[in-house]
Structures are given as C-alpha cells and as structure tokens.
Design a protein around this ligand. Sequence first.
Ligand code: GCU
Length: 413
Amino acid sequence: MTVGAARGEHPSPAVLPAHPALPDPLVMQDGTRVASAAAWRQARRPELLELFETYVYGRVPQGPAYDSQTPLAHRVLFEDRRAFDGIGTLREVELTIGPPDWPKIYLLIATPNDVPRAPCFVGMNFAGNHQLTDDPRVRLPDGWMPDRHPGVVGNRATDAGRGGQADDWPLAEIVQRGYAVATFYCGDIQPDRPDVREGMRAALEADGEADPAETATIMWWAWGIQQAVDYLRTDDAIDPDRIAVVGHSRLGKTALLAGALDERIALTVANQAGCGGSGPSRHDDPKAETVRIITEKFPHWFAGNFTKFGDDPSRLPVDQNCLVAMCAPRPVLFTAAADDLWANPSGQFEVLQAAAPVYELLGVDGLKADAMPAADAPLLGDGRLGYWIRSGKHSMTPADWNIYMDFADRWMK
Ligand code: GCU
C-alpha cells in the first residue's frame, strides 16, 4: 500500500537554490509576499506542509484507513480512581487504530479528580509507560526497545524498568497542578531503529524502492500522537479544546511536527529538540548537530530527501521556523538546557524569532524579546512564543514540567 500520494511536482534537492538566511515564512516559493491571514491559511500554510512532507519528514499518512475522524475502538485495561493519594485517577487504555495487524497504542492517562474537563498534556515516552510509575498494573510494552533504557534486557522491557524514568513524566505533580497527562511508548507506533520491519512502517509500506518522500519515523510518531488526540477528545475527564503536545529531544521534534500538523492541538512544547525539531537546519555552530550528522546516524527519522541536504542545508526551501509558523496563532514553547549545545539553544531562539512575523500577521503577539534570555530566566507570558533555557544538561525534569505548566497556565487556563 502506498502511504500518502505525491502531491505536486517538487524539484530534486540537487537543483534548489541556496539561501543562507532562514527562509521568510511569509514569502511563497514563487516570490509572492503573503500579506493577509487568508493568504497565509489558504496558500502559504498548505505550501509549507507540502514542502516539509517532500523534503523533511515524508508524507502525512492519508487515505480512508488513516482518516483521523474515524472513531477508535478502546478498552480500559485498568482504572484507579484513588491514585496519587486520592487526588487523581490513573488508567491505561488500549487504542485500536486499524486492522488487527496494525500496532495498538497503550495510553497511560492521569487526570485530576477535582477538575472537570481538565486541560491535558499528551506526548510519547522513550521506553514504556511502566517506566513512569511503580504501579504494577501498568503494562510492559512487548515490542523492541533500545537496550540503553532502565531494565531493558535483550531489547525487551522487563519489570526491572518500573519507575525507572518517573522523573521524565512527574504524573502526581502534573495532576496536583490541575492538568491531565496522557502518554504512550513511541515504539507502540514505530520502534526507534533504522530497521523498519516493524510498527506502522512494516504494516503499510510498499516493498521495493523507497520513495524519497516516504513517511519517515518522526512523521509516523506525530501521526500516532494524532490518534491519541482523537481518543482524548472523546474522554469526559479532558477538555477537547485544551490539549497540549509535549516531547523531549527526538520526541520533542515529533511534538513540534504534531503541533504544526494538527490544529486541534492547542499548545506545543518542544523540550531540547534540536536539529530536525526546534533547532535550525541552517547554522554554522560547530557544537550543534547538523543535517549531515543527524541523517547519517538516524536515517529512519526523516524522508530520504532530507539526507540530500547534508552538504548544504541552505538549499532547503524550508527551515524549522516555518514549522513553528504552521502552529500560529497557537502558543509554542521551546525549552533548552545550557549544557546541551548539541541541541543548539541559541539557534532555537532564532527559529522562534523567524517564526514570529506569522503570529503578528494573524494579529497576536509572537516573541516579546529581542535577545535570548539568560539561563533560568523564563520568557513565558507576553507573547505566544515562549523560550526557557535552564542550567544543566540534556534531560526532561520535574523543573522543566513546572515551566511547561506555567506557560500553559498563561495560555490554556
Ligand atoms: C541524539 C540526537 C538528537 C536527539 C537526541 C535525543 O543526541 O543526535 O537529535 O534529539 O539524540 O533524542 O535524545
């Protein structure tokens, strides 16, 4: 089965002209300036989507089988209404997203008991829901996972991993602040390895020569988040109009893509997401990851075309500021860490700056700062583009979650 039909003709990466500066999200490919909200919505935003599909992430899965309006079948695996010392409910839900041979999503959902229709964060985790809590009822994923995570033996999850990454998703603290949170293992949709003979890619892709714009793993992950959003919007404990997407690092790249694709997502948080996510492809910072390095090491994350820009990313007709712009006017927060130069904190700030004109065109404030804030001085409330760099290293911590919730308090409460 072919996933996503090619739409329109796009030049091969080899013949695209070079533009050293970040592309202006308000100038069409043919040079026309976008001067109205209508032109943005009807012409430029769709053009950008197509360019990201062609040159960066591959096609958005589409066709009747992928219709995101189709109601999903779900089964509650367990529910504890007295979780987190009685203030919340914890449950795990199995989502059937297609025919029996398709993967299933196992969504762990924590909701506050005293907030009707709570705002909700959704995102994927790296190594299974069981890593986020000691609760023995939480299911162990049965698919492949990288050995570097706690308790993983022979690329399979074991009980020894329970609670091993609880700091990444501090469920109790999130519920205490009046938010719901829903998460699932990224490998439910597509295991994180170049060998794609598993997951959605295996279930759906045609054999034979790969289309250079075929749906890559980050796009499949973003699509998985959209499946979770479909379900969450039917959940009585959650406000369907206040769902925020969040992710760390490669899963932060995914969160940003999901936020850009899906206008039902009210707010986007990309934590230390760097190259191919919140960091620009065009940069000359020797300490930051480049398109060449990322596509050599993680070829499965991106469309084959993205690899072809390794020698000269200035030929890319888009850069990551255009992906942020696709979220406009919805709020976006980038969070960075001072020691995480690989993810290019200053470049991330420039990406926000170069997305801001689209927010202004749509009549809202984008970024209310001319220079990158100092470490530990959050820029969260004045415009819909927020930025925070904290001291420390590459990780997702309870302190970072407090910042996500401060930003969400401003824009979703
Ligand atoms: C590697 C990779 C990054 C990625 C990170 C992560 O460092 O180079 O692009 O963001 O892994 O996902 O932790």
